[in-house]
Design a protein around this ligand. Sequence first.
Ligand SMILES: Nc1nc2c(c(=O)[nH]1)N[C@H]1C(S)=C(S)[C@@H](COP(=O)(O)OP(=O)(O)OC[C@H]3O[C@@H](n4cnc5c(N)ncnc54)[C@H](O)[C@@H]3O)O[C@H]1N2
Ligand code: MOO
Length: 390
Amino acid sequence: MIPVSEALAKVTALATLMPTETVPLTEANGRVLAEPVVATRNQPPFPASAMDGYAVRQADVRSGATLDVVGEAPAGRAWTGTIASGQALRIFTGAVVPEGADMVVIQENVTRDGARITITDADSHGDNIRPAGGDFKPGDRIEAPRRLAPGDVALAAAMNVPLLRVRRRPVVAILATGDELVMPGEAPRADQIIASNSFGLKGMLEAAGAEVRMLPIARDTESSLRTAFELATGADLVVTIGGASVGDHDLVGKVAGDLGMERSFYKVAMRPGKPLMAGRLNGAAMVGLPGNPVSAMVCGTIFLLPLVRAMLGLDAGPAPRTQATLACDIAANGPREHYMRAIVENGVVTPFRRQDSALLTVLASANALLVRPVADGPRSAGETVEVVAI
Ligand SMILES: Nc1nc2c(c(=O)[nH]1)N[C@H]1C(S)=C(S)[C@@H](COP(=O)(O)OP(=O)(O)OC[C@H]3O[C@@H](n4cnc5c(N)ncnc54)[C@H](O)[C@@H]3O)O[C@H]1N2
Ligand code: MOO
């Protein structure tokens, strides 16, 4: 058994950086930017009105002052004259503020009578003008690498960059194994259960930016496993589920080895997740997850997410931890780092009483993993511990 930190380093060392591809803005959200986006224009490109009202000279703005309305400027239709003293231009949000004007008086602060306005309230918070280039200027950048959030996509669009260079999504083949498994919706025999892990992992990996291929469930025979591994050809990462332990039917390690897997490690000092394996199989990274549903999902959080991040060129450090205050006493930990399913509320963490790695109801109710270091002593309510959000 190797420590979790060492296993993580070995897993992320299996990553190959994905090549880049070009996508339109409509498909860019959530993708990882591979090359910076560089603005070639000012935004706004002109001094723009921030309000509906009247563009005027600030020096003319006094309560009771009357001004002549000399024209109108809606957004998208500039008025090309110059505002002189005593004049006002009817203006709308987003329109070009004309030469001469250095303030927009909001329409709520004037009364209008034909072509004249009277200022009823001269108190203004600011000039209501957005200066040219106030948002961004030529040369301003969205740096890479970066996972594009909706705000980034909007910014790239505003920069008039319609196509973005992003990392190709790593293709992950998920291979569930076991004679006891049937797919959701099928009719299980009395001695069978429903395959669940692949679905949880698919969601987790897709949210991380991967493209997931679900392979048919492999039976606990060497030939079925071999066929399933063949179907994984072309994937950047092959994730197997189950068959990783020491039983007579735990054949994943053997078959992968027969097919040429160069094993990086097998077994991690971690709970749940001890029988984790990883290596390289025909040019792809391979991670063998334990079958217990919670073990598979916890290993997904701790190892697969950093691996996918590394493949996308992002920081591949360990899952971020924060501190929380223990709500109750907990017993000493053993020789494996323990990732206890827990609920964090207002900075206080409560681990679930039942920690069996088969309990999906507990995992689904949890929002955090309470991390117990190897050989950590008993801890009392009120002490500070580390948690990973899930
Ligand atoms: N003698 C020992 N037995 C076990 C050990 C050990 O050290 N010595 N380790 C235990 C630990 S810890 C784990 S974790 C499991 C992992 O075993 P496997 O990876 O070989 O997984 P399976 O035996 O195939 O399955 C375990 C469990 O999970 C269910 N399962 C499997 N795949 C799925 C799936 N896709 N969806 C839902 N459920 C799944 C399976 O039916 C079993 O109940 O080994 C312990 N044993
Ligand atoms: O290590 Mo196993 O993954 O406890 O269930």
